[in-house]
Design a protein around this ligand. Structure first.
Ligand code: DAH
Length: 372
């Protein structure tokens, strides 16, 4: 591109350095600049004239070869030409930029009265289960509990035996366990049927005082409107030297009030049986929590940790005692948010999620509100 600008005329001008030729050249260059239809063409012209190997630059470089007496006058003439070309380039650039802006304003007009498109952040939803999981852990964190975890694939020993459910104990049948293939030594792993084995893992790895909650997935071979083969529980465990049932009832009551966001809520501990607690109690809450006063709702099991369990974790049951409870997270989500069918939790139906889900930035905190 650069070589052709001004073409032969340029070379003539250099050869003769005549004023007339410079004038002609200037006219031609200014004409081309004036005709440049867009900024890219104009930039090519600039490079082709004033650039490092541009035509006007080349012209200046020839000055050295001229006889000294001509050099001054020709130099002035070329420099003057250079100045005018440069000015013309600038002026044309301004015009083209203005034109380009005007075109954009014309075509890219934005209607600022249109409603704002909220974007993907507002489209996405937090699953009610994740929301409730976070709500529950936020409440227990506030009460001084740490969060503990265990694997979904658990040893038979931790899922049953150390929880005072020996082989052949009838409670094993009630758990509808998914068993893994038996290993060569006769032992076998299971999909954990409850979060209670996290009690064992915690007591084996920590010294009392212990205050943990363990939310997680659990598995049972069972399926209908209120049962799915995988569901969620949250386990709580408190172990020290003088924790008693009064603490248990207070904690459950405080937790339920915080969770259901009520100032008053009735809590009833109903005598029951679990192998890993003694005594054992079913936990019921007043159904006023979901607008049905007069009825009771069962939300989980609880009890004082059985001495056999404490002993199985190498702690002295004469010194250490405490309580545990396990609630169904799915069930608590269904109760709190009025969700009728558990199976829909795992249906991945976006319409359902849109209806029951939560906005991603509504992170549950006690200060900011759990479900606001
Ligand atoms: N693990 C029991 C279940 O899944 C629930 C349970 C009952 C947990 C009593 C506890 C407890 O910690 O103390 O059926």
């Amino acid at each position: 591109m650069a070589e052709t600008l001004g073409g032969e005329r340029l070379m003539d001008a250099v050869a003769t350095a005549s004023k007339a030729d410079l004038t002609k050249l200037e006219k031609q260059l200014l004409g081309e600049i004036e005709k440049a239809g867009n900024l890219a063409t104009l930039e090519d012209l600039r490079v082709g004239t004033l650039g490092k190997s541009g035509s006007v630059t080349a012209l200046l470089k020839t000055l050295g070869k001229l006889p000294a007496d001509e050099r001054r006058e020709t130099g002035q003439a070329i420099n003057a030409l250079k100045g005018r070309v440069s000015e013309a380039l600038e002026a044309r650039k301004d015009v083209l930029q203005d034109e380009a802006l005007a075109r954009r304003l014309e075509t890219e007009r934005a209607d600022i009265t249109l409603p704002v498109y909220p974007g993907p952040q507002a489209e996405g939803r937090i699953h009610p289960l994740s929301q409730v999981w976070d709500e529950i852990t936020a409440i227990f964190a506030d009460l001084g509990f740490a969060v503990a975890e265990g694997p979904d694939i658990e040893t038979d020993d931790y899922n049953f035996t150390k929880l005072n459910i020996p082989q052949e104990h009838p409670a094993r049948q009630e758990h509808d366990t998914f068993y893994m293939k038996e290993k060569a030594d006769g032992s076998r792993l299971v999909l954990r049927t409850h979060t209670s084995p996290v009690q064992i893992r915690t007591m084996l790895s920590q010294k009392p005082p212990i205050r943990i909650v363990a939310p997680g997935r659990v598995y049972r071979s069972d399926s209908d409107q209120t049962h799915t083969p995988m569901f969620h529980q949250i386990e709580a465990l408190v172990i020290d030297e003088d924790t008693h049932m009064g603490h248990l009832k207070w904690l459950i009551s405080e937790f339920c009030k915080a969770f259901f966001e009520l100032d008053e809520l009735r809590v009833r501990l109903r005598i029951s049986h679990f192998p890993f607690t003694e005594p054992s109690m079913e936990v019921d809450i007043g159904a006023e929590a979901i607008g049905k006063p007069g009825e009771w709702l069962e939300i989980g099991g609880s009890g004082m940790v059985h001495p056999n369990v404490i002993r199985a974790c190498n702690l002295d049951p004469d010194r250490y005692q405490g309580f545990a409870f396990g609630f169904g997270i799915d069930r608590m989500a269904m109760l709190k948010y009025g969700i009728p069918d558990l199976r829909a939790f795992f249906g991945a139906d976006l319409r359902w999620l849109k209806h029951y889900g939560f906005l991603p930035f509504d992170v549950p905190t006690l200060a900011g509100g759990l479900s606001s």
